[in-house]
Ligand binder design. Structure first.
Ligand SMILES: [Mn+2]
Length: 560
């Protein structure tokens, strides 16, 4: 009996062995079949396949490593030390630069996988490979749905094509030079995952970089998040920790710069792992929910090559009720260079002017004069034929989807001013009714401004109904043209009056809470009282302590 068992075991083992050989053979064939197509992808496989794929990937050959000659300039092609980059292994270890408290955080187990989009034009093979390899080495496998390389018409078409042998990597190649912006749009359109991660092509991601970013998006998909960007030294390729007390800022010429948090803001930050809200993102590296990216209208596709797109997308995110954050527990290194190594077909300065001018024209309204003052060369410059259609489309987008910038509890100079017009276009118009009667304005002799009364509603459109037409604005004013609903005194029973609107006057702010209209400064409710004791139709409009059962405090805003 025991002998029979042993035989059975041997037999089973032999079958398993043959089966494994057949599978291995098929697996190899499948891998070979996938090469050379565009767009195409590496085979899907388990983690175990990954090592296998790395073994097959002939790194030295891909890098076409060669001996550097004495007089050769290693900075010539890429404006960083190419020789040093080639000397450093693609999977080198780097220091974990996070605050030690980050290592104690726990992340959700249901984080969404992401499509990582890396666009490049004539990138050094060594830095591009290190970017990809650091992602594959330092990201949980199940969170990387795919890595989409968008080769923006590099001189050598093989740069991208050879890399699809790596796990999860796909390659798209543009047929002509499109620039970063249109390349990213192309990558995003092809992405299969629900979250998009944009990475630059000369980065190295650090330990657990992706988890806190995805976590933030899982919490609220309108967050657009960016890591702290560490510095990879362009001469030595040393990985250096950047300060995590920085946020993005800009001057009126629309030049991006890093800004120190103020001492007050720093003092408020008791938890170093908390996100830092930022007016502007640097633009190279960020994570965004795909549906939200599409909802915002993606990028301005008429922008060329590089630059300005980070302002444009940042303004859009804030104005449409999202937020931009730097997540200190996420660290990604980036090779910062002193100049662009590649060619701008229309010239570097011209392209930057065109792109930022589009941003100013589309988003900055009267504040664009500051832009022109800071960048006089932009005046009279062309900025693309699609301008008008683009602007109209974007304004529709904002108005339809109701940006709620002011609902954000905070603001910052500069950007706050930029959004003024956006907010002014946000209002609702209609009647404010109490059963069959409506708030009405009535001119009266000897008064500077019309008085506010309650009169039977007029539903047919015309001059009569105009006196019952109110506008409720984003900043909680109840307006009749240039006049705002206000009160005479802060005491109960005080009459509601119309006064010229004044921005920031608390007496002119009203909040709709259920069927009540609450006066913000006093917390009393809009109420009606009979005048004298006979005429039921004549009621005056006052404020009184709120009472949930009082019919005279029930209002309906019939707004469009
Ligand atoms: Mn870069």
């Amino acid at each position: 009996m025991r002998r029979l068992n042993r035989r059975l075991v041997w037999w089973l083992l032999s079958v398993a062995w043959v089966a494994a050989l057949v599978l291995l053979f098929l697996g190899t064939r499948r891998r070979l079949d996938t090469g050379g197509q565009s767009p195409s992808s590496a085979p899907k496989g388990s983690d175990i396949d990954w090592d296998d794929l790395w073994d097959q990937f002939e790194e030295r050959k891909y890098l076409s490593a060669r001996k550097w000659k004495g007089g050769e300039d290693p900075y010539r092609l890429y404006a960083f030390n190419q020789r040093e980059s080639e000397r450093i292994p693609s999977d080198r270890a780097i220091r974990d630069t996070r605050h030690h408290r980050c290592t104690t955080l726990h992340y959700r187990t249901d984080l969404p996988p992401t499509s990582i989009i890396i666009t490049f034009h004539n990138e050094a093979r060594s830095t591009l490979l290190r970017t990809i390899r650091s992602v594959l080495n330092r990201t949980p496998v199940h969170l990387v749905h795919e890595i989409i390389l968008v080769d923006d018409f590099s001189d050598d078409p093989d740069d991208c094509r050879l890399l699809i042998k790596l796990p999860k990597v796909k390659c798209l190649r543009n047929r002509r030079r499109e620039g970063l912006i249109r390349s990213r749009i192309r990558g995003a359109e092809m992405a299969e995952a629900e979250v998009l991660t944009f990475l630059d092509s000369h980065c190295e991601v650090n330990k657990d970089w992706l988890l806190p970013l995805l976590q933030r998006i899982k919490e609220d998909p309108s967050h657009v998040v960016s890591p702290v960007i560490d510095i990879i030294n362009l001469d030595t390729f040393a990985y250096v920790a950047a300060s995590s007390d920085l946020r993005g800022g800009f001057d009126w010429s629309l030049h991006f710069k890093w800004e120190q948090l103020s001492p007050k803001q720093k003092a408020k930050r008791t938890d170093p792992t908390e996100p830092i809200k930022t007016p502007i993102i640097a633009g190279g590296l960020f994570v965004i929910d795909k549906a939200w990216f599409n909802h915002l209208g993606k990028y301005d596709a008429a922008m060329d090559i590089w630059g300005g797109e980070n302002f444009e997308i940042s303004f859009r995110v804030w104005m449409c009720g999202g937020s931009l954050e730097i997540i200190p527990c996420s660290r990604v290194g980036h090779v910062f260079r002193k100049k662009h190594p590649y060619v701008f077909p229309e010239g570097n300065a011209n392209t930057y002017i065109k792109n930022t001018k589009r941003t100013a024209e589309v988003w900055m309204d009267e504040y664009k004069q500051y832009y022109y003052a800071a960048r006089p060369a932009a005046q009279g410059r062309p900025y693309g034929d699609e301008k008008m259609g683009y602007i109209e489309e974007k304004w529709d987008l904002i108005i339809n989807r109701f940006c709620n910038w002011l609902k954000q509890e905070w603001n910052f100079s500069g950007l706050f001013q930029v959004v003024t017009r956006c907010n002014e276009s946000l209002y609702q118009t209609g009647m404010i009714r109490q059963r069959q009667r409506c708030l009405e304005t009535q001119k009266s002799e000897g008064q500077d401004f019309p008085v506010v009364i309650l009169n039977p509603c007029i539903t047919s459109k015309g001059p009569a109904s105009a006196a019952q037409e109110w506008t409720y604005t984003y900043n909680q004013q109840v307006r009749y043209h240039q006049l705002c609903l206000s009160i005479q005194t802060l005491f109960p029973g005080s009459q509601a009056v119309l006064l010229p609107c004044k921005e920031g006057d608390g007496k002119q702010r009203w909040n709709k809470v259920g069927s009540h209209i609450e006066h913000m400064a006093t917390r009393y409710c809009l109420d009606t009282e009979m005048v004298g004791d006979t005429n039921e139709n004549m009621r005056e409009v006052v404020i009184n302590p709120c009472e949930s059962t009082a019919m005279s405090q029930r209002w309906e805003m019939v707004m469009s």
